[in-house]
Ligand binder design. Structure first.
Ligand SMILES: N[C@@H](CCC(=O)N[C@@H](CS)C(=O)NCC(=O)O)C(=O)O
Length: 214
C-alpha cells in the first residue's frame, strides 16, 4: 500500500495516523492539483484531493476512511470497533461539522489563501469562523475538563481528527489559550512523535510561507 500525501492538514492527519499505527506502507508526496497533474490522479480520487491510499487495483480517499482501514490492518483500537465505536463516531461527526470546520474556516483565510496567493483575508469569514470556534470550543472544553482523551481512557482517532488544524495554529491564530483543557489535551498530543513530526524522514517540499498582509 502507498499513501499519497502533501503537507496540508488532511494529508498530514493521514500521515500522522499511519505513522502512529506503524503502518507498513510507502509514502509518496503528490500534487494532484498542480498544472498537468490531474489526469494522473483522477482515477485514484475524482476530487483530486489528498490523502489517497493506493493498493493493487484499488484506491481509498478521505482521511477518516484511510484511518479506519489502516487501524484494521494494524489490529489496533485506535479506530474503536467495540463498545466505544459509537462514541468515537459521535466525535468524528460533531468535530467535522463544528470544531474542525471552524478551525478550517479561519485557517483557510489566514493560512491556505495566503500561502497559495488565493486572495486577501476575508475578515467577515474570519469573524464567522472565530464565532463558530468559540461555540464549539466551549463544548470541547467542558468535555476535556473531565477526561484526558475524547473516547474512553486512551487516545483514539477522534483525538487526531479533532486536532486536524491545530498544528497550523502558528498561522491560523485561533485563541486556544482561552481554553485551558483544550490546551492541555493538545499538549498531550504534541508529546506523540507521530503527531508532532509526521513527515520526519519523508521527502516532501515545505509549504510555501504565509505572506503577511500589509
Ligand atoms: N474530506 C477530505 C478533505 C481532503 C482535502 O481537502 N485535502 C486538501 C488538503 S487539506 C488537498 O488535497 N489539498 C491539495 C493538496 O494538499 O495538494 C479528507 O478528509 O481527506
Amino acid at each position: 500500500m502507498k499513501l499519497l500525501f502533501s503537507r496540508n492538514p488532511n494529508p498530514r492527519l493521514a500521515v500522522a495516523t499511519a505513522r502512529y499505527l506503524k503502518a507498513k506502507i510507502a509514502f509518496e508526496f503528490a500534487l494532484p492539483m498542480a498544472p498537468g497533474q490531474a489526469e494522473r490522479y483522477r482515477a485514484l480520487n475524482p476530487n483530486l484531493t489528498l490523502p489517497i491510499l493506493v493498493g493493487p487495483g484499488w484506491s481509498l480517499w478521505e482521511a477518516d476512511a484511510i484511518a479506519c482501514r489502516l487501524s484494521r490492518v494494524a489490529h489496533s483500537d485506535f479506530w474503536r470497533t467495540g463498545d466505544d465505536e459509537a462514541e468515537m463516531i459521535r466525535w468524528l461527526s460533531w468535530g467535522k461539522e463544528n470544531f474542525v470546520r471552524a478551525c478550517d474556516m479561519v485557517h483557510f483565510e489566514r493560512g491556505t489563501k495566503q500561502r497559495w496567493g488565493l486572495g486577501p483575508v476575508d475578515k467577515a469569514l474570519v469573524a464567522e469562523g472565530l464565532r463558530q470556534f468559540h461555540t464549539a470550543a466551549a463544548i470541547l472544553e467542558a468535555e476535556l475538563s473531565r477526561r484526558e482523551w475524547l473516547v474512553g481512557n486512551s487516545i483514539s482517532y477522534a483525538d487526531f481528527r479533532m486536532a486536524t488544524f491545530l498544528p497550523f495554529n502558528d498561522v491560523a491564530g485561533l485563541p486556544l489559550d482561552d481554553y485551558p483543557s483544550i490546551r492541555r489535551w493538545y499538549g498531550r498530543l504534541e508529546t506523540i512523535d507521530a503527531w508532532r513530526d509526521p513527515f520526519q524522514g519523508l521527502e516532501a517540499p515545505p509549504l510555501p510561507p504565509v505572506k503577511i498582509e500589509a
